[in-house]
Design a protein around this ligand. Sequence first.
Ligand SMILES: [Zn+2]
Length: 279
Amino acid sequence: MPRLSEVIAALDALWPPSRAEQWDAVGTVCGDPGAEIRRVLFAVDPVREIADEAIELGAQLIVAHHPLYLRGTTTVAADHFKGRVVHDLIKNDIALHVAHTNADTADPGVSDALAGALDLRVTGPLVPDPSDPSGRRGLGRICELEHPETLAAFAERAAQRLPATAQGIRLAGDPDAVVRRVAVSGGSGDSLFDTVRAAGVDAFLTADLRHHPVSEATQQSPLGLVDAAHWATEWPWCELAAAQLDEISDRHGWNLRVHVSHTVTDPWSSRFSSPGAPN
Ligand SMILES: [Zn+2]
């Protein structure tokens, strides 16, 4: 049975913390390096529901994509919702480890998992990491479709393949436009529009798109925009990452039980369409 420190060393080899953005807060939030690890739970958000699931499951480690504390804190008192999570985890001998922007830019990383969920063939990163001689690491991915399809069919594919959320999939642009090459980026992608346009792709699948950037992007070029829930675009990474840890566990004879949380932690809970709204 591996110690937490051994499992963390393996995870850090997949997603070196040194490759996280300056502003990010990745690594181990709580946990005893000497603790024995038998079960691991992968999830996007380190929220109360995921802590409860880990306790129920008897896991000793949660690997989350989003940081619990991005901006630091001076208290983990249990009367705050984040402190409550820390208390519940420590009381139940559960460690929490975060791989965020270091997992976004990894090869394979968050956007490879998103592309894989939609059966897209990745041809390279959207924003290559200049320090990577292989040219495979970086933010987002450029992908080719096996067969050209309409923007509407591409959005429908995203709706079918990504986990269900209240938002579903929103589309901006001509639904009948033909799509051959696309860019995908798990999480918030509207800062990448200039790069996406320069890449000359037909469509961009990402999350958290806002009125002004989308309005300007669609006025400026015929680029199709496909907007999914942030959680849904990053959830496929949990399955990819769990498979990677499974493989490492087999190789070391660790016999870890590796789980992926199916709890929907997208904060949006419902959606209501006005009569006559476009569908
Ligand atoms: Zn995210």
